[in-house]
Design a protein around this ligand. Structure first.
Ligand code: ES4
Ligand code: ZN
Length: 326
């Protein structure tokens, strides 16, 4: 496959807050006269290096302080969607984390509306369709997640949000705790995806699947280590949204050349390639991730097309839109 950059793509795993570039953080700190430690500002002006997922998450949550109003969220999403267009993305589902914003006193509606307005503009001006997935933090309270679902009822009714996800640090036995959130989301007509098996087996992905019955798993790269987990993913037709370079930069996977794609290809599992937090990991682009996978796995043009069709089927959009995108 020669023209990997120009190939149409679907991205299902990108955190909008993870597209917040260091230069934007620095500019907003200056503009808004926000109080940040000068040592940290110096760190921000250099290429990022993270020792682990939790090390990355500290900076990720800290930098969100520059997002204060609807316009900031609009600008963030619009900047990302323009970049996505450059990578030839034709459809994308974008994660956002309401909890840290609400905790900082931001109104949930400002977050959702700012992001959603950028999505509407992208559909009109870039011919790029995008949807929002609201993520809950696995290392925060389940009641908070349930309350936020209540607060989002109107946005859900208005189809501004198509699914829920779970992200943040991997902790033990979180799936059982968050089962009521999944039940509530399903009752509201939402789809479900979740980060799992990203770093290790802190929570067995088999339990995540059996307890939460998610439509997709984000990362799931350690699933390749368990035949039973692989079998379950295949049987239940669970899509894996893989993020090769982010896993390398978060030290979840140490050698990008050996990223386990072949095992998913061999088992005919639906997967996609994604950029996760492109402003932090590298920074990289979606195309960088595709180029890496293509180089290491010799995927034919036909195979890429087949993977794209499977990914389209795993999106949270309606049948009409799926047909249109074909
Ligand atoms: C995340 Cl890479 C990653 N893993 C878990 N949670 C996240 N939130 C944003 N990026
Ligand atoms: Zn992620």
């Amino acid at each position: 496959m020669k023209n990997i950059e120009n190939m149409p793509k679907i991205e299902l795993h990108v955190h909008i807050e993870g597209t917040l570039e260091a230069k934007t953080v620095l500019a907003k700190i200056e503009q808004k006269q926000l109080n940040f430690d000068p040592m940290y500002l110096e760190k921000l002006s250099k290429p990022p290096v993270f020792t682990s997922l939790s090390d990355f998450l500290k900076d990720y949550y800290k930098n969100m302080a520059v997002l204060e109003n609807q316009q900031d969220f609009f600008d963030l999403a619009w900047n990302h969607l323009k970049n996505a267009k450059k990578q030839n993305v034709i459809y994308t589902e974008i994660f956002f984390d309401p909890q840290p914003h609400i905790k900082r006193g931001i109104h949930l509606d400002d977050v959702i509306d700012g992001l959603y307005q950028a999505l509407e503009k992208a559909e009109k001006e870039l011919d790029l369709k995008a949807k929002l997935i609201m993520c809950f933090l696995k290392d925060e309270s389940v009641d908070e997640a349930l309350n936020i679902l209540d607060m989002s009822k109107l946005a859900i009714e208005n189809k501004k949000i198509v699914g829920i996800g779970f992200d943040s640090n991997e902790i033990e036995n979180w799936a059982a705790i968050f089962k009521p959130v999944v039940d509530k989301a399903r009752n509201l007509g939402l789809n479900v995806t979740t980060h799992a098996a990203e770093n290790s087996f802190e929570q067995d992905p088999i339990e995540v699947i059996n307890i939460l019955n998610p439509d997709r798993i984000d990362h799931g790269l350690y699933i390749h280590k368990s035949l039973e987990a692989l079998k379950l993913v295949k049987e239940k037709e669970i899509h894996l949204s893989l993020c090769p370079l982010p896993n390398f930069y978060s030290k979840a996977w140490l050698d990008p050349k050996t990223f386990p794609i072949q095992v998913f290809l061999d088992n005919d599992i639906s997967f996609s390639i994604n950029s996760d937090d492109p402003a932090y990991f590298g920074p990289t682009t979606l195309n960088d991730n595709y180029l890496l996978v293509n180089q290491n796995n010799k995927i034919s043009e036909e195979k890429w097309k087949n993977l794209l069709l499977k990914t389209l089927n795993s999106t949270f959009t309606n049948t009409e839109e799926k047909e249109y995108l074909k």
